[in-house]
Write a protein that binds this ligand. Sequence first.
Ligand code: FMN
Length: 356
Amino acid sequence: MASATGSVDLTVTVAGVRLANPLVLASGILGTEAAQLVRVARAGAGAVTAKSVSLEARRGHVNPSCVDFGPGLINAIGLANPGAAAEVELLRAARQELAQLGVPLIASVFGSRTDEYARLAEVVATAEPDLLELNISCPNVLAEFGEPFAANASSAAQVTAAVRRAVDLPIVVKLAPNVPDIARIATAVVDAGADAICAVNTMPGLLIDVESGCPILANVDGGISGPALGPIALHAVYHISQAVSVPIIGTGGAISVRDVLAMIMAGATAVGVGSAVYYHGIEVFAKLRDELADWLRDHGTSLADIRGMAHRRPQWPEPASLPPFPGSPESGGGEDGPKPAGGPGPHGEPQPGGER
Ligand SMILES: Cc1cc2nc3c(=O)[nH]c(=O)nc-3n(C[C@H](O)[C@H](O)[C@H](O)COP(=O)(O)O)c2cc1C
């Protein structure tokens, strides 16, 4: 594939699978046709993820099911998909062309029970995708499916372990942002056999039309993506990367190259791109790829150097190494010694005796 990345190396490896660049088409975005997946690959994606599939076909929710509300998108597509048998055909067709382009294919599955995930994984594995993503975190089907597996470390681990036993494919587990401690869930799924983590799925949300007083989405609840999800996804990736050592596909709010850079600096190996396709079309992949290469070249650095950089920020010196506080016994002043000067403290805060 033609690339304007010049001498800059953008390749990354996720669970043993090589990507020519870290940009991954997120699940549910143009992943419902083989031709669409191939189009996105040709447009510069490093890997493409198919729409999540269930054992049986699903219609999904009625319209309105996806709305641009300004700071982001809210959707409740309801996991509409053609079912596993048709998906295998789709994946096979896509796989053949994607292999020629050198762009890995990620299949995505979801179910309502642990054994269903394992069965689905076996069926989908016959299409030989490069990676298998377990969507255990969709927020838009609560009424039907109840609490997502990703809400609980032990359920998340059970699904992962069942799929691990069922197939040899590398497994990516896609986590939900709306949990108190996402690093704990990530640790549980990695211990259960996940080879990589995708963080995050959409964040539950709701819009109301104030003229009618009605929720805007037909499903009432939806999942928020796009810029509004960005800092939430960064927070998730930052904390997951402190807890586990498997690669993370950081997903949520990557619209500009600075969002992509921040995600990698938080600890992501690859970056999921979803809503940006709505805002900028599939050309966004080549744009982000080339701007990423330019930024790395201009800054004389590499993906490996910036990955997890946010964890290596300069630390404040330990209190023992700070100069003694004026007037303290250590400074020779003692209680009766000179009074504090009252300038700003090391963090810029007012000091006793200074202006308040
Ligand atoms: C319209 C739409 C459909 C989606 N469908 C799926 C899906 O089928 N499976 C899944 O795991 N995530 C799905 N997602 C979530 C995305 O894969 C991604 O996690 C989320 O949109 C955050 O990334 P973004 O801010 O780049 O869009 C969907 C998102 C949108 C906007």
